[in-house]
Design a protein around this ligand. Structure first.
Ligand SMILES: Cc1ncc(COP(=O)(O)O)c(C=O)c1O
Length: 463
């Protein structure tokens, strides 16, 4: 491997004095550095082709800061792909995990009993929308939560079809894949096995599939379910559930317009169809509510959660109307769901969110981030749209043509350049970048991120 010589630091001047020297973006060695490269090469040799995004190899992390194996300090605007809403390695969560690991790590919560999973289940029934009686099933991931939601809905309703949104993402296991439709790569060669899913166009106002304008459209994108699909290709009496993300995540951070959820729910209620709310990416305080569907004013029948619930450890859950429960054992279960260490981590995570008022912080920091991105959009015409809820925000990059064609290559160059300058961001949709820092981020840290992003956009423009 060629020797990589340290370059001058790419530290970003600080716009706000609240940030201390030790909290600055600091790229001492071009990313990936000499220690990162062999890790990346070995990974490429050994690990299945997945969804790698940037050549960053982490050594440690705290709060919103990642230190890579070459000593670079990188600002994390991804929260570990939507997981560490409470920041990396929050000390209270680390302590809870360590204490539980030393006491009892695993006792198969689906087969036996322990108090802490009851406590977490009770907390989840309290913080999910609706005052009705609820029950909980613990999983190990978002995909498994969706899988469990689809199964209980189909079992309960004894109907084979679930309807979702084009652009929706719900995981890649065979069951979850029936509802995932955000990129052709997800379904290629699998489509024939991913049956029982139907999709309607997403409520994507920036690129309305019907070329209508909100609000004069009268949310036609919801009404079409009844007026067209239920009249032609989808028999409503065969539909067990409708699944939607409250903000489409992988599909491009698309926020459904006001009234869309109510219009859909009214149609579903006419036919006894359950509403599955996939909060895997948007939930656990990220949008300024515990669950993002609260912004839309409907009560889902099943909530699927995961990612940020565990504060960094794998755990997911479905929270569902009590009457949907299985009437005999064995129809569904698992081994690791409700693992003791993950449950301890989740309970500590929910405590931290409450104690540190991180839901309010998501709203306040989100408003700041959105305002700063809108400023950037004024001087950078490639930013066609800035959208989101709370700290779940994205910019869509477009070409300078009338059709606002997606600027995919440009977006990719912005991400590459941002990472090289010490800001980790993720793509979403066709040509968008999402900004989802931990909810513990400060305005000063957001400003640093914006500085780097501004540089990255200029670098992308230069080619
Ligand atoms: C909305 C949504 N549902 C489900 C999943 C799948 O979750 P996991 O990757 O934890 O299996 C994701 C992952 O990004 C997601 O964003």
């Amino acid at each position: 491997m060629s020797e990589v010589r340290p370059k001058p630091r790419a530290s970003i001047p600080l716009p706000n004095s609240r940030t201390t020297e030790s909290e600055q973006v600091d790229v001492r060695i071009p990313i990936p550095g000499p220690k990162a490269r062999p890790i990346i090469e070995e990974d490429t040799r050994l690990l299945m082709t997945g969804t790698k995004t940037s050549p960053v190899a982490a050594a440690s992390a705290r709060g919103v800061w990642i230190t890579d194996v070459d000593g670079n300090r990188i600002l994390d605007f991804t929260s570990g792909v939507g997981v560490v809403n409470t920041g990396h390695c929050h000390p209270d969560i680390v302590r809870a995990v360590q204490a539980q690991a030393a006491k009892l790590m695993h006792f198969a919560g689906t087969d036996y009993y322990y108090e802490s999973q009851n406590r977490l289940a009770a907390r989840l029934t309290e913080i999910t929308p609706g005052k009705h009686d609820k029950k909980v099933f613990f999983t190990n991931s978002g995909t498994e939560s969706v899988e469990a939601a689809l199964k209980i809905a189909k079992w309960n309703r004894q109907r084979p079809i679930v309807v979702g949104l084009l652009g929706g993402f719900h995981g890649r296991s065979m069951g979850a894949l029936t509802m995932t439709a955000s990129k052709p790569s997800q379904r290629r060669r699998f489509d024939a096995f991913a049956g029982g899913g139907h999709h309607i166009p997403a409520p994507y106002c920036y690129r309305c599939p019907y070329q209508l304008e909100y609000p004069s459209c009268d949310v036609y994108c919801a009404k079409i379910l009844k007026e067209l699909y239920f009249e032609t290709s989808i028999p409503p009496e065969d539909v067990a559930a409708f699944i939607a993300e409250p903000v489409l995540g992988e599909g491009g951070y698309i926020v459904p317009p006001k009234g869309w959820h109510q219009a859909i729910k009214t149609i579903l209620d006419e036919h006894g169809i359950l509403f599955i709310d996939d909060e895997v990416q948007a939930g656990i305080g990220r949008t300024g509510k515990w669950f993002a569907v609260e912004h839309h004013g409907i009560i889902p029948d099943i909530v699927a959660t995961a990612k940020a619930l565990g504060g960094g450890l794998p755990i997911g859950a479905i929270v569902f109307r009590k009457e949907l429960d299985y009437t005999y054992p064995g129809a569904h279960s698992n081994t690791f769901g409700g693992n003791l260490v993950s449950v301890a981590s989740a309970l500590a995570t929910l405590d931290v969110i409450e104690r540190e008022k991180l839901i309010g912080a998501a709203r306040d920091r989100g408003a700041h981030l959105m305002a700063r991105l809108r400023e950037l959009a004024e001087t950078n015409p490639e930013i066609g749209d800035v959208r989101g809820l709370g700290l779940m925000v994205a910019t869509e990059f477009v070409e300078a043509d009338k059709a606002r064609s997606p600027a995919v290559a440009f977006r990719d160059r912005v991400i590459d350049s941002a990472v090289k300058h010490g800001l980790l961001v993720l793509p979403c949709g066709k040509s968008a970048i999402r900004y989802i820092p931990p909810l513990v981020i400060t305005d000063a840290e957001i400003d640093q991120g914006i500085e780097v992003l501004d540089q990255a956009i200029r670098a992308a423009r230069a080619g």
